[in-house]
Design a protein around this ligand. Structure first.
Ligand code: ATP
Ligand code: MG
Length: 161
């Protein structure tokens, strides 16, 4: 389906905002422009659900969760950033591996299988995008992913319609 990413992303965030704890604040850093992407909406919803669930799950003391996106050449770049426990530098590169979890003891108490981000990577790559993370232990994590923009909706005036 071709979807307006702005409202697609808003609807997913709204669903989490309704059930989140008061310790967590959501911040939407959305651009004015409208961006269209051609995606399997169920699959990309599953990707974003996992990233937001992780941001909440690994922020036990709360903090802000920031949502943003921007265009970078012919790609849409999405970011979801938290102020949670973060990931040690040497492990950041591994979180997209199947069953990989940073700390087994911590992971056991938190639930989950360690498959969420591996599935996310598979789905984003199937759409022609990339997914990666940046993190600072004790400070927070930012997950980024890209999706090809639907450039058919770029009008002659150079505006996104
Ligand atoms: P599942 O998603 O299958 O329920 P999970 O959340 O443990 O389980 P992934 O979503 O694949 O698995 O994440 C893999 C690991 O990466 C997590 O176990 C956690 O250690 C680390 N991780 C992921 N997101 C964050 C985050 N926002 N902050 C800190 N650590 C994270
Ligand atoms: Mg997860």
């Amino acid at each position: 389906d071709i979807v307006l990413f702005n409202s697609f992303f808003n609807r997913i965030i709204d669903r989490f905002e309704m059930s989140k704890s008061d310790k967590v604040m959501f911040e939407r850093l959305f651009p004015e422009a409208s961006y269209y992407v051609e995606i399997d909406t169920d699959k990309v919803t599953q990707v974003i659900d996992n990233i937001i669930s992780n941001a909440i799950k690994y922020s036990p003391d709360g903090g802000n969760i920031r949502f943003g996106f921007t265009a970078r050449e012919d790609m849409l770049k999405v970011m979801i950033s938290d102020d949670g426990m973060g990931i040690p530098k040497e492990n950041v590169g591994r979180i997209f591996e199947r069953f990989y979890r940073v700390d087994r003891a911590r992971a056991r108490s938190m639930g989950g299988t360690g498959l969420g981000l591996a599935i996310a990577r598979e789905m984003i790559e199937a759409h022609g995008g990339k997914i990666w993370a940046e993190s600072e232990e004790g400070h927070g994590t930012t997950v980024f992913f890209t999706l090809p923009l639907n450039l058919d909706d770029f009008d002659e005036a150079g505006e996104w319609e």
